[in-house]
Write a new protein. Structure first.
Length: 709
C-alpha cells in the first residue's frame, strides 16, 4: 500500500475524456489566433482578436548549443528538435519517451516504471545516462531518474555527435531540458489528472514578479500516486521546482534554480533472452511480472547558481555552478529465458547507487567584424567532478522458476543490499573551448570550433579491487559550412568528433560489470532547413563511425572494430488550411559492424532499420477552443543481439486525443484534455541493451483538467 502524501489532498478526480487525434503548439487556442502564453492568460483582457496566423517559430526558436552558445535552430549546422511544454501538456505526456515519441530519430529503450526510466536511443545509439541528458545545457544525473516534465518549458533533442558542444557523451545525441523561468505577468494555474489504471496527479504552477519588479519567481509543485497501466506498477512521486531571478542592474542578472524529486515505483522487469532459445512472443504490457517486495526508489536534486552580465549590446558573459545528486535503491527481477516455450529463472538483484555531480562553467559570447568578415564568437571553460558510489554487497539471487505467459509471483522482501558503500567510479573532466561562426558575405558562413579536454577516470570493480585508471587529453573539433540562399533557408555540411566513456559489461557476460576504456566517434552530416509562414521542413544525411562494443562468441564484452551508422532523416510541419496542422518525420538507418571479429558485417543491436512518426491536429472552428488529434508511430525491424540471431519485428502504435479550452470572465480559463496511447493495445517488446527486452506500454488513457486563475 502506498503512503498518502499530504499534497494528495489537492486531488481532483477527473473522469471522462474526449477522443480523436495528434497535436500542434497552437491547439489550445480558443480560435485560430496565434498562441497566447499562459503567463499572459492569467490577466487576459476581454477582447476579440482577429489576425492572420503568424509565422511559425519552430526553427527560429533559440536553442542551447553548449559551446556554440544560444542560437536559433535554423542557424545551426546540426539536427535539433524541440518539444514545448504546451505540446507536452496537450498530449498528456508525463514521461520523456512520450514527450519525444513523434521524433523518428528517437527510440524509447526502457520502461518508465523500472530501474532505468527515461532511457533513449538517438539515431540507433543509446544515450549516456551520466552525460547524455542536460538541464539548461549543464550536467545532470539521469541514471534511474525520470525527470518531472512539469518543471520544464521545453525538451530539446540534439541528434548526432555532441562532443565539441558538451564534451564526453554518446555520439547519438543530447537531450536538454529547458527550465521554466519566472514570468513578467502573474501566473497561477492548478491542474489535476488521471491515468489508467489508477494513477492520479496534482500540479500547481505559480510565477510572476515581486513588488520590486527586479525579482521574479516560478514555483512548480507536483504529486502523483497510484497504480499505472504498465504492469500494474505502483507509483508515488513528489517534486518541487523553484526558479528565481534578480535583475540587479540593466546589465547584471542572477539566477538560482533548484529541483527536488522523490519517486518510488515498482515494476520494470527485464526479460533476458538467450540466443540458444527462440525469441519469446511479446506479452501484454499490463501483465504484472515483478515480485512482491521489488521496488525502485530514487531521491534526486539539482541546484544551479548563475550570473549573466551584458558588457555591451554585442558581448555577454556568464558564470554558472551546478550541483546534482541522486540516490537510487532497488530490488528488481530479471526473467532469464531458459526454453523455447518461455520458461524462465527469476534472478533478483538488490543494489544501491549514489552519484554526486559538480560542474562549473564560464562562457563569453560576442559579435564583431574584421574587414570583410563578421564573427560570432564563443569562448569558454568548464570543470566537472562526478563521484559514484555503490553498495558493497549486491545480492543476485535466483528465487524460482516460472513461465513468461503465466508468471509466478515470488516474495523478495528478504533480499537487500548490505555492507555499506564504496567509490566505484570517479570522473574529473576539465575543458576549454572556442567556436567562431564567420560570416563570408551575405549568404555563406563557416563554423570552426575546438574543445580540448583533460579526462581522468578511476574505477573499482569491487570494494577490494585495485583501481583501474584512465587519462586522456583529447581535442574534439568541429567544422561546418552553411549557405543561406534566403533568410529562412539554411543548407549545411558539417564534421564533428566526440569521445564517450566506455560501456559496462552486462551481468550475463563473463566480465560482468567491467567498465571499458573511452571510445572516439566521427560524424559527417549534410542537411537543409527551411521555415516559412505555414510550413517548416528539415532533411539530413549522416554517417557516424563509432568504436564497437559487443559480447563475443566467448561471452566476453569487448571493444573491437567499429560500427557505422548512416541514414537519412526527414521532418516537416504544415498547415494546409487554417484549422489543420500536420507533422511528421521519418528516418532510414543502416548500421554495420566493421572489422569486428565474429560479428563483422552484422547490423548493430538496437538500431531499427527505419522509424516514422506523424500527428494531425484539427481545431474545430464551430466550437472555439475545441480540438481533436491523432498520432501514429512505426518502428522497423531491430536486431536484439550483435550476432543477429534474434530480430524484433516491425510494429505500429496509434494514439488519439483532444481538448477543450473555455475562456471565462475575468481572464480566467478552464481546460479539459484527454489522450489515449497504444489505441489497439498492441503487444510489443522494447530493446534496452543487448539481449535485454521489456514489455511495451499497454493502452493507456490520460485525462486532465486545468484552471488558470
Amino acid at each position: 500500500m502506498l503512503r498518502k502524501h499530504p499534497f494528495h489532498a489537492l486531488s481532483v478526480r477527473t473522469g471522462a475524456g474526449l477522443a480523436a487525434f495528434a497535436l500542434a503548439p497552437s491547439i489550445w487556442a480558443a480560435d485560430t489566433a496565434p498562441v497566447i502564453d499562459d503567463s499572459v492568460l492569467a490577466t487576459l483582457p476581454q477582447v476579440t482578436v482577429k489576425a492572420a496566423k503568424a509565422k511559425k517559430p519552430e526553427l527560429h526558436k533559440k536553442m542551447s548549443g553548449g559551446a556554440l552558445g544560444s542560437k536559433a535552430a535554423i542557424d545551426t549546422p546540426f539536427s535539433i528538435k524541440s518539444v514545448s511544454s504546451e505540446e507536452i501538456q496537450q498530449r498528456q505526456a508525463g514521461i520523456l519517451s512520450e514527450a519525444v515519441k513523434y521524433n523518428a530519430s528517437v527510440t524509447s529503450i526502457s520502461a518508465s516504471y523500472g530501474t532505468h526510466p527515461a532511457t533513449l536511443a538517438v539515431r540507433g545509439l543509446p544515450l549516456d545516462d551520466l552525460n547524455g541528458y542536460k538541464v539548461d545545457g549543464m550536467a545532470n544525473i539521469n541514471r534511474g531518474v525520470e525527470m518531472p516534465l512539469e518543471m520544464f518549458d521545453s525538451v530539446e533533442v540534439l541528434q548526432g555527435l555532441s562532443g565539441f558542444m558538451y564534451g564526453f557523451g554518446s555520439p547519438g545525441g543530447i537531450v536538454n531540458y529547458v527550465s521554466k523561468r519566472p514570468t513578467d505577468k502573474t501566473l497561477f494555474s492548478v491542474d489535476a489528472g488521471y491515468q489508467s489504471d489508477n494513477l492520479y496527479k496534482e500540479h500547481i504552477d505559480l510565477g510572476g514578479r515581486l513588488d520590486d519588479p527586479r525579482f521574479g519567481y516560478r514555483l512548480n509543485l507536483v504529486h502523483e500516486e497510484g497504480d499505472a497501466a504498465s504492469g500494474g506498477a505502483a507509483v508515488n512521486r513528489t517534486a518541487v521546482g523553484l526558479a528565481l531571478d534578480a535583475k540587479l542592474t540593466d546589465d547584471l542578472t542572477l539566477n538560482f534554480d533548484t529541483l527536488y524529486q522523490q519517486r518510488k515505483t515498482s515494476g520494470g522487469t527485464d526479460i533476458v533472452v538467450n540466443t540458444a532459445y527462440a525469441l519469446p512472443k511479446a506479452i501484454d504490457g499490463s501483465k504484472r511480472l515483478y515480485s512482491n517486495g521489488s521496488y525502485t526508489d530514487v531521491d534526486y536534486s539539482l541546484s544551479t547558481l548563475s550570473a549573466t552580465y551584458q558588457f555591451s549590446p554585442n558581448w555577454q558573459g556568464r558564470l554558472a555552478y551546478r550541483y546534482s545528486d541522486s540516490d537510487r535503491r532497488y530490488v528488481k527481477d530479471q526473467y532469464q529465458i531458459s526454453s523455447d516455450s518461455g520458461n524462465y529463472s527469476d534472478k533478483v538483484t538488490s543494489e544501491y547507487h549514489g552519484y554526486d555531480y559538480n560542474q562549473a562553467m564560464g562562457t563569453l559570447e560576442g559579435k564583431f567584424t574584421t574587414g570583410w568578415f563578421s564573427h560570432d564568437l564563443v569562448l569558454g571553460s568548464s570543470y566537472s567532478d562526478l563521484q559514484s558510489r555503490k553498495s558493497v554487497n549486491t545480492p543476485k539471487s535466483t528465487v524460482g522458476k516460472g513461465n513468461l505467459y503465466d508468471p509466478t509471483i515470488f516474495s523478495v522482501y528478504d533480499i537487500d543490499y548490505s555492507g555499506g558503500t564504496y567509490g566505484d567510479d570517479s570522473i574529473k573532466e576539465s575543458a576549454v573551448f572556442a567556436s567562431d561562426t564567420l560570416g563570408l558575405g551575405e549568404h555563406w558562413s563557416l563554423l570552426v570550433g575546438l574543445r580540448n579536454e583533460t579526462f581522468r577516470e578511476e574505477t573499482h570493480d569491487s570494494a577490494t579491487s585495485e583501481a583501474v585508471r584512465y587519462k586522456a587529453r583529447p581535442a574534439t573539433p568541429t567544422v561546418a559550412l552553411m549557405y543561406k540562399p534566403i533568410q529562412d533557408v539554411t543548407v549545411y555540411a558539417s564534421y564533428v568528433e566526440s569521445l564517450e566513456a566506455g560501456g559496462t559489461a552486462p551481468t550475463t557476460a563473463e566480465n560482468a560489470d567491467q567498465t571499458l576504456a573511452p571510445l572516439r566517434s566521427k560524424q559527417y552530416e549534410i542537411g537543409v532547413k527551411a521555415q516559412r509562414r505555414n510550413w517548416s521542413a528539415t532533411a539530413a544525411a549522416f554517417r557516424i563511425d563509432r568504436g564497437a562494443e559487443y559480447t563475443n562468441s566467448d561471452n566476453v564484452y569487448v571493444q573491437s572494430g567499429t560500427i557505422r551508422y548512416q541514414g537519412i532523416e526527414l521532418a516537416g510541419s504544415v498547415d494546409p488550411i487554417d484549422n489543420l496542422t500536420l507533422e511528421g518525420s521519418i528516418m532510414s538507418l543502416d548500421s554495420e559492424y566493421q572489422d569486428a571479429g565474429d560479428v563483422d558485417g552484422n547490423r548493430a543491436a538496437g538500431a531499427a532499420h527505419y522509424q516514422a512518426g506523424a500527428q494531425a491536429t484539427y481545431r474545430i472552428g464551430a466550437v472555439p477552443g475545441l480540438f481533436v488529434r491523432a498520432g501514429a508511430q512505426r518502428i522497423g525491424p531491430m536486431a536484439v543481439d550483435s550476432g543477429n540471431v534474434h530480430t524484433l519485428d516491425a510494429y505500429s502504435l496509434f494514439d488519439a486525443g483532444g481538448g477543450y479550452r473555455m475562456r471565462l470572465a475575468g481572464g480566467h480559463a478552464l481546460t479539459f484534455g484527454a489522450n489515449v496511447t497504444n489505441l489497439a493495445n498492441h503487444k510489443y517488446w522494447t530493446w534496452y541493451q543487448e539481449n535485454y527486452l521489456q514489455p511495451g506500454s499497454p493502452r493507456t488513457l490520460s485525462v486532465n483538467a486545468r484552471y488558470d486563475f
